[in-house]
Every structure is written in C-alpha cells, then in structure tokens.
Write a protein that binds this ligand. Structure first.
Ligand code: PMP
Length: 360
C-alpha cells in the first residue's frame, strides 16, 4: 500500500515545540548554564563510565540518585521520581492527570510545553492569563479552581519566560482551593532560593518539579525529578517509560549531585550577573526589563520592532529568544544570564542596535 491513514485528529492543529536552537557565539536563548561541570566532577564521571556495564539495562527508577535526592530534601525514596529531563515528567503528569474529559488550568504566558502536553493527551485547557505586568490574576485562578472541575494545574515559580516567583501565600491558597493536583515547577529554584518543599507534608496534592539542566549545568544530559507524596509518585510510575533515565545519565547526575556544593559559586555568579543585566537594561533607552528571580530576563522593546532587534543581535553572534509573536508577549525578548563577557557583549550590541548603528 502506498498510502497511510491520518494520525489522531488531535495532531491536526498542533505545532511541535521548537526551542529555536541555532549556533551562535553568545548562546543566551535556552536558559542554560554558561559554565560546564567542574573538572573534578568530570574526572569522576569519566571514571564511573569506564566501569559501566553498557550491555545491561539501567536501574529503571535510578534508585541511587533517588535516594541521594530524597536524603538532601529530608524525604523518603518513594517521594522522589527521576525523569528524562523535567520535560518527560511534565508529559507523564499530563498522561496521568489529563486525558479526554479532564481539565488542566494554565496561567499564560508560561512554559508552552504545559499546554502542548495537554493538547497531545486530549485534555481540556482552561487559560487564566496573567495581568499586564505578568503577575498572576490570583483571584481569577482561585475562583476558577473553586468550581471543582480542574484536574491539574501547573504553576512555574519562577515563571518562564516572565521571570518572577509566584507568591507563597497564593500557592498555599491554591493548594487549599480544591483537590486538583498542583504542580509547582521549580526548574529555576536554585536562582530564586525559594521552594514549596516545606509544604509537602501538609498538602497531599502538591508536586514539585526540578531539573539538573540549569543550576547543575546538565542540559545536555536530560535529568529532572519530582518530589511528592508517595501515592502521587506511584501514579506517575504507571505511565512512565520504564528505562527513560539511561545508565550514563544516572552516573553523571549522581556525580554532580554528590558534589553539588561545587556549583554554588556559579549560581551566585549568575545571581550577581542578573542584577547587573537588569540594571543595564533599565538604563537602556527603548527597553523595559521585567523583574527576575531566575537566570533569564524578559524585556519589552519599546522603540523599534522586537523581531528586528532579535535578528540584528543574531547577526552580531548573539542568540536570545524571541517571544514577540506570542499571544501575551508582543514586543518581548528573553535573554539568558550568561558569563560576564557575554552579558557585556549583549548589552553593547543591544544599545548599538537601538541607536540604529550599522554593523559591518
Ligand atoms: N520547566 C520549565 C519552566 C522550563 O523552563 C524547563 C526548561 N526549559 C523545564 C521545565 C524542563 O527542563 P528540562 O527538560 O531540561 O529538565
């Protein structure tokens, strides 16, 4: 047969997630860590890989890593689940709590993967947009939750791409407003120093998502985890791919987590550089930065077309992320906090572009 029937109609209007990853001298688009892992950790990884049995399947639940993360968080192993990046766990959450006849509450603009996963799993999406300053419309969210039909809600804190934390008192109210699963996405929590971890014991509907991709410099490895009540973890285990976390990644993440204090300086540097970038963006005519508790800054371009600014930056070897065609982010660009050198190059180039200076 030289034809094939169509896939599920759910895919008809779907656009695949595109991180717009292109080569550049200054990589400031994907909220990665500008540093690679420290040499001593790399040595340990190489040693571990030399002795790895590549012919054997990996430990399906990555128990060593799971235990290390449980210990660090004062939890038991069955409160932790590892995934192939936070992305896989987000998909598992949609598989387990979404589906036909189920409803997901989304708070855009936010990480677009949440809504994509809901669409993929046939889940109804209820969007409660943020206010003009990107703060959460708390009353609207709580009122909608109180209707009782929401199956799960995901709140990124800090939020991507807007940068700010959700208010802790508000999150507590969300947890009390219904029995919906409340996922607090803390992918960037090492840069905000704020976590909902202390509330896990009181709230059975709380799940916290984290990643090794940002503070721990492992975006290339794919490792994320969730913390939650053991009954929630058991449900996620039903839908996950049994060997999604491969043996190589387990070894690397174990070494990194064991030496996590080595990453502290890098985190503090990013926090410092974030303040510097906000200050410089504030002092730049024609742009308005939004406050950030994370390792990226969203800013609005006021004096020229934002996509044009993005393009001219790229011509100068600087890749940032263009959100200007987003429904809630017109004229907005997002820059990831990078090394001091990259950040300076970016600010100089941006000012030059906004002044209309030509680039040879
Ligand atoms: N949540 C948020 C808010 C993110 O920005 C990201 C990464 N872009 C993730 C989760 C997933 O990260 P990873 O799959 O690299 O762990």
């Amino acid at each position: 047969m030289n034809s094939v029937r169509n896939p599920s109609p759910r895919l008809a209007n779907m656009v695949p997630y595109d991180p717009k990853y292109m080569p550049a001298q200054c990589m400031m688009s994907a909220n990665e860590n500008p540093r690679d892992i420290p040499e001593e950790v790399r040595h340990e990884v190489v040693h571990a890989l030399r002795n790895l049995a590549f012919n054997r399947y990996p430990d399906p639940l990555a128990q060593d890593l799971r235990q290390a993360i449980a210990d660090a968080n004062g939890l038991d192993q069955d409160n932790v689940l590892m995934g192939n990046g936070g992305d896989e766990l987000l998909f598992d959450i949609a598989l387990a709590w979404g589906g036909k006849g189920r409803t997901f509450l989304n708070i855009p603009p936010t990480f677009s993967v949440y809504e994509n996963n809901a669409q993929l799993t046939g889940t109804t999406v209820v969007n409660i947009p943020r206010r003009a300053d990107y703060s959460i419309d708390e009353e609207a969210v709580l009122t909608r939750l109180a209707q009782g039909d929401i199956d799960y809600v995901i709140i990124a804190s800090p939020n991507n791409p807007t940068g700010q934390l959700a208010d802790e008192t508000f999150l507590m109210k969300v947890l009390d407003a219904s029995d919906a699963l409340v996922v607090v996405d803390e992918a960037y929590f090492e840069f905000s120093r704020t976590t909902m971890r202390p509330y896990l014991a009181q709230h059975r509907n709380l799940m916290i998502l984290r990643t090794f991709s940002k503070a721990f410099c492992l975006a290339g490895v794919r490792m994320g985890y969730v913390l939650a009540n053991a009954s929630l973890i058991r449900e996620l285990i039903k839908v996950r791919q049994p060997y999604s976390v491969d043996a190589v990644s387990q070894q690397i993440a174990c070494a990194v987590f064991k030496h996590r204090e080595c990453f502290e300086r890098g985190i503090l540097d990013i926090i410092d550089q974030r303040s510097w970038l906000i200050q410089e963006l504030t002092a730049t005519d024609g742009v308005k930065p939004y406050p950030s508790d994370s390792n990226y800054i969203l800013f609005k371009v006021e004096s020229m077309d934002a996509h044009e600014v993005w393009e001219q930056l790229y011509q100068r070897g600087i890749l940032i992320r263009d959100f200007s065609n987003g429904l809630y982010t017109s004229q907005c660009l997002r820059v990831s906090v990078s090394s001091e050198e990259d950040n300076q190059t970016f600010i100089e180039a941006l000012r030059s572009i906004l002044k209309g200076e030509a680039y040879e």
